[in-house]
Design a protein around this ligand. Structure first.
Ligand SMILES: NC(=O)c1ccc[n+]([C@@H]2O[C@H](COP(=O)([O-])OP(=O)(O)OC[C@H]3O[C@@H](n4cnc5c(N)ncnc54)[C@H](O)[C@@H]3O)[C@@H](O)[C@H]2O)c1
Length: 485
C-alpha cells in the first residue's frame, strides 16, 4: 500500500520510532504546503474549549480544519460536533461539516489524519494526554497549568523536545501587548534591577456539595477521576455542569484538590508566568518559597477544599528579588525596580467570575507605571522577548511553518512557570495547620528540593492503568529515559 505523507508521519511517529534512531533529538517536523490545512482534534468539550480554544482557532479557516472531538461525557461529545458544525456554517456556509467523535483520547490520538490536538481537560489529566499526543508525534495546544506536579511537567517538556513538536500553552497573556511590554522593560533594566514583584491572583470561595448523587449515564466518571482516588463519590459540583446551557460556567473541580490546586496554579499559571517572564527565569526559577494560606471551610456539606487567602514570598536572584504572591494585591503583576519606579500590567478588565469584587473593581488600566514615560517601548532591547499578536493563530502558524521555536510559549518555560506555581502549592500544603506556614527550598538547576515531604508532592499522579510509565510504554517510550531527558 502506498502511503501519503500524512499517513507516513502518523506511522513513523508510532511506538518503535524512538528506538530506530537512539539518541536522536526528535522527529522531523514538516512544513505545510500553501493550501494545506492543519487538521485539529479537540480533547475536552467544556467551558474553555467552547468559549476560547475552538472559536479562537477555527476562525482561521485558511490555516486549519477542526475534524475531530473527544470527551468522556457523551452529551458533551455530541455537543462538540454541533458546536463545530455551527462554526463552519457561520464561517463557510457549510452544512453538517464532518466531525469524527471519540470517547477515548487514545483513539483520537491514534488517528493519522489528525496533526494537532487541543487539550482542554481538567488539570489532573493534562500530563497523561499531553504525553500520549506528543509520543504519537502530534503538535499540542495544552491548557494551563502545564501539569499538576513538577515531575509530570518535566516529563512533558522533555518529551516535547525529544519529539520536536510545536507546543503552545494556554498562558495566553504572553501574546498580549501590555504583558509583553512590561516584561521586556522590566527585564531590560528600564527601572533598574527588579527588587520586588507584587502578584495578585484573586481568591476562591468555599462551595460545592458533598451530597452523593447518582453518576449520570452519559458520564464516564471512573475515567474522569483518572489518576486520582477512584472512591471519590460523585456530585455534579465535583465535576462539571450537566446542563449544556451551563457549559460555559466554572466547573467545580477547579476549586477541588487534587483536580485543581486553586488560584495558585489556576491564575498563578497566568500571573506567576508573567513574573517569571519579566525576571528572565524561563529556564530557571526561585530559590525558595515561604508563606501561609487559609483553607476553605468544608463544614455544612460544602465540598471544595483548596486554599482561599494566600501570602507567599518567593526568593529569586540570591534573595535580591522578592516575588510576593498575595490575595491582597489587585489582579495583575507589578514590577518594582531599584530606581523606586514601577511597571504594572493586567488584562483590560480585571474582574473575573472567581473574583468579582477584585480591589481593582475593573477600573485599573491594564498598563500602568509610576511615570507614563517609563512605558515607552525599548528601542533595541538587549534581551528581546518573543511574543505574538494572537496566541491561537501563532500556534497554527508555527505548525504550518514546521517550527517549534515560533510559539510565544514553549514547554520548557511553561514547565518552569508551572514549577513556581506548584512550589507555592507545596509550601501551602506543608504549612497546613502551622501558624507560620512553611518554607520550601528549591534548586532550579537540579529541579529538586532537600525536603523529603516536598519531594513526595513532586511525583506524578497515578492510579491503576492511569499512570505515566504505562502511558509512555504504550507508545514505545521508557519513563525513566524521558524523565532524564
Ligand atoms: N487559559 C485560560 O484562560 C483558562 C482559563 C480557565 C481554565 N483553563 C484551563 O482549561 C482547562 C479546561 O477547563 P474547563 O473549565 O474547560 O473544564 P471543564 O470541566 O468545563 O471541561 C473539561 C472537559 O474535559 C472532559 N474530560 C475530562 N477528562 C477527559 C479525558 N481524559 N478525556 C476526554 N475528555 C475529558 C470533561 O468531560 C469536560 O467536558 C483546564 O486545564 C483549566 O485549568 C484555562
Amino acid at each position: 500500500m502506498k502511503m501519503n505523507r500524512r499517513q507516513f508521519l502518523g506511522t513513523a511517529s508510532a511506538a518503535a520510532f524512538p528506538f530506530i534512531f537512539p539518541g536522536c533529538t526528535g522527529l522531523n517536523v514538516r512544513k505545510y504546503a500553501a493550501n494545506e490545512k492543519v487538521n485539529v482534534g479537540v480533547i475536552g468539550i467544556g467551558r474553555i474549549s467552547t468559549t476560547m480554544d475552538i472559536p479562537l482557532a477555527i476562525k482561521y479557516t485558511d490555516l486549519c480544519r477542526f475534524t475531530a472531538v473527544c470527551d468522556l461525557d457523551s452529551k458533551r461529545l455530541a455537543h462538540g460536533v454541533d458546536f463545530i458544525q455551527q462554526q463552519y456554517k457561520k464561517l463557510l456556509g457549510e452544512d453538517k461539516a464532518p466531525v469524527k467523535t471519540f470517547a477515548d483520547y487514545h483513539d483520537l490520538i491514534d488517528d493519522p489524519s489528525i496533526d494537532a490536538v487541543e487539550i482542554c481537560i481538567p488539570d489532573h489529566w493534562h500530563t497523561l494526554v499531553a504525553c500520549a499526543a506528543l509520543a504519537k508525534g502530534k503538535h499540542i495546544w495544552l491548557q494551563k497549568p502545564f501539569s499538576q506536579t513538577i515531575t509530570e511537567g518535566r516529563v512533558i517538556a522533555n518529551l516535547a523536545k525529544m519529539q520536536n513538536r510545536v507546543v503552545q500553552v494556554g498562558s495566553w497573556q504572553r501574546s498580549v501587548m501590555q504583558f509583553h511590554r512590561v516584561c521586556e522593560l522590566a527585564l531590560n533594566g528600564r527601572i533598574g534591577d527588579i527588587v520586588r514583584v507584587e502578584v495578585g491572583c484573586g481568591c476562591d470561595k468555599p462551595g460545592g456539595s458533598s451530597e452523593v448523587q447518582p453518576v449520570p449515564g452519559n458520564l464516564n466518571y471512573e475515567m474522569w477521576l483518572g489518576p486520582t482516588d477512584e472512591k471519590a463519590p460523585y456530585n455534579e459540583t465535583r465535576v462539571h455542569a450537566q446542563d449544556l446551557k451551563k457549559i460555559a460556567s466554572r466547573p467545580g473541580w477547579i476549586q477541588m484538590a487534587p483536580y485543581g490546586w486553586g488560584m495558585i496554579t489556576n491564575w498563578g499559571a497566568h500571573q506567576i508566568d508573567i513574573a517569571q517572564w519579566g525576571l528572565g527565569k524561563d529556564d530557571s526559577g526561585p530559590e525558595s518559597v515561604t508563606g501561609t494560606c487559609e483553607w476553605m471551610d468544608t463544614t455544612g456539606g460544602k465540598l471544595w477544599n483548596v486554599h482561599t487567602t494566600y501570602d507567599l514570598h518567593y526568593s529569586y536572584n540570591g534573595g535580591k528579588t522578592d516575588v510576593h504572591v498575595c490575595n491582597k494585591y489587585p489582579m495583575g503583576i507589578k514590577f518594582i525596580g531599584s530606581t523606586g519606579e514601577w511597571l504594572y500590567c493586567m488584562r483590560g478588565k480585571a474582574v473575573t467570575p472567581s473574583d468579582p469584587s477584585s480591589s481593582t473593581g475593573g477600573k485599573m488600566k491594564p498598563l500602568m507605571a509610576s511615570k507614563v514615560a517609563l512605558l515607552e517601548p525599548m528601542k533595541d532591547p538587549k534581551t528581546p522577548l518573543k511574543t505574538s499578536d494572537d496566541h491561537w493563530k501563532n500556534w497554527l502558524e508555527a505548525i504550518r511553518a514546521g517550527d517549534p521555536t515560533m510559539t510565544a510559549t514553549n514547554a520548557e518555560a511553561a514547565q518552569r512557570s508551572s514549577t513556581a506555581c506548584c512550589l507555592g502549592q507545596m509550601c501551602m500544603e506543608l504549612g497546613r495547620g502551622k501558624k507560620d506556614g512553611a518554607t520550601v527550598k528549591w534548586c532550579a538547576k537540579k529541579e529538586d528540593t532537600c525536603c523529603d515531604k516536598a519531594k513526595a508532592l513532586m511525583k506524578p499522579f497515578a492510579r491503576g492503568k492511569y499512570n505515566l510509565p504505562e502511558e509512555l510504554k504504550r507508545y514505545g517510550f521508557c519513563y525513566d529515559k524521558v524523565l532524564r531527558g
